[in-house]
Design a protein around this ligand. Structure first.
Ligand SMILES: NC(=O)c1ccc[n+]([C@@H]2O[C@H](COP(=O)([O-])OP(=O)(O)OC[C@H]3O[C@@H](n4cnc5c(N)ncnc54)[C@H](O)[C@@H]3O)[C@@H](O)[C@H]2O)c1
Length: 353
């Protein structure tokens, strides 16, 4: 078991029976009600493993949500809050989120608002939520096509990443999770990028997961509220979120899939209009192109994509905000490009010919 200390909580990576979960639930939380929030897939594949092997979860209330990003919305939160109220969940009870990033984002938000905030534990079950979404304290939901517009910073009591759950995760979901790991390499560690580049998503090891978690955790610890260096973690997300929001109502595309191509597009911006050497862009393009299905839009959709970027919550008054890279492993926050430059890159990468 690897334990990575974060801001007042730990991220444990390994067999969940070897860590502090059982102890926390049966000692500090022994008299408290437990509520598991999951989606229909993690209910089917993950929850019974927990309720049958951890005594203190045997009688937990279970709230099962419909799966999918389109359900990471306030209307679903309302239903959860009503259920918590019906179960008479009190301020000192605890929520256990069991799922991918949709569940850890929404469940963390629900817990942090209910009765002005109750404790929650994240048990991520997708690769993406293990390496990124479950730790760091960003919770929230989408508002229409705008990603994560409603939310707050609030930390879990514990995060436990047990690889056993990846056994039932669809293969493409592993690929989407690997995108966030590649991001950690691209912004901070050429070594991590080079290791991941040689592996398929199914070959990712627990050490690779720990390396990604450690990179993100160091950044979050230095800048919890994203006032400076945490913005680096947004690499690929300005364009990635616009793509994800664009496809949300129709032909939904996974977050990690959009981030992978968002990183390609933002690397191309950096290569054409910044200082990223073109051969490094080519290396990034070649790896992502070989693994991730292309994303295509109509030329007439480009203004809508740019409009989505303009309304991204990462912006300030001066324009569309990017994290960019000048080399693999070296990132720079608060960079902006003109709409013409963005348009040029989108056209080069995303137009269906
Ligand atoms: N808070 C943050 O810092 C942060 C960071 C990155 C991403 N995110 C958010 O995370 C979300 C994406 O996360 P995701 O890719 O995990 O999406 P997700 O939660 O929708 O999970 C993807 C799919 O995998 C299924 N699934 C999850 N675990 C499974 C398992 N063990 N077995 C079988 N099926 C399983 C889910 O039911 C879902 O169908 C987005 O909403 C994104 O905005 C948040």
């Amino acid at each position: 078991m690897t334990t990575i200390p974060s801001l007042g909580y730990s991220i444990e990576i390994g067999d969940l029976h070897q860590g502090s979960l059982s102890k926390l639930l049966s000692e500090e939380f022994s008299t408290r009600k437990k509520v598991i929030i999951c989606d229909e897939n993690t209910h089917e594949h993950c929850v019974s493993y927990l309720t049958t092997s951890i005594d203190s979860l045997a009688n937990a209330e279970i709230i099962v949500l419909p799966a999918g990003e389109e359900n990471k919305i306030l209307e679903i939160c309302m239903q959860v809050w009503e259920a918590l109220s019906e179960y008479k969940i009190q301020r000192n009870d605890v929520i256990v989120n069991v799922g991918g990033g949709m569940i850890t984002d929404l469940g963390g938000f629900v817990a942090s608002i209910y009765k002005r905030g109750i404790d929650y534990i994240n048990i991520p079950t997708s690769l993406l939520s293990m390496v990124d979404a479950s730790a760091g304290g960003k919770t929230g939901v989408d508002l229409g096509a705008y990603k994560n517009q409603l939310g707050l910073f609030s930390t879990p009591r514990l995060v436990v990443c047990d690889r056993i759950f990846l056994g039932t995760l669809p293969e493409e979901e592993l690929l989407w999770g690997k995108a966030e790991m590649l991001k950690h390499g691209l912004i901070q560690s050429k070594e991590h990028w080079s290791t991941l580049k040689t592996k398929s998503a199914s070959e990712i090891t627990i050490d690779d997961i720990s390396a990604s978690v450690a990179i993100k955790n160091e950044i979050v610890k230095a800048d919890f509220k994203e006032e400076h260096i945490r913005k680096g973690l947004n690499f690929g997300h300005t364009i990635g979120h616009a793509l994800e929001g664009f496809f949300l109502d129709n032909d939904t595309k996974a977050h990690g899939h959009c981030v992978a191509w968002g990183m390609v597009a933002e690397s191309l911006l950096a290569a054409k209009f910044g200082t990223l050497p073109m051969e490094e862009f080519n290396e990034i393009f070649a790896h992502i192109h070989s693994d991730y299905p292309p994303i295509k839009v109509e030329r007439s959709n480009l203004p809508q994509l740019i409009e989505l970027m303009r309304n991204d919550k990462k912006n300030n008054a001066t324009g569309i905000n990017f994290t960019t890279i000048s080399a693999i492993g070296v990132s720079h926050i608060d960079q902006s490009y003109s709409e013409e430059q963005i348009h040029e890159v989108l056209q080069e990468l995303f137009i269906a010919h």
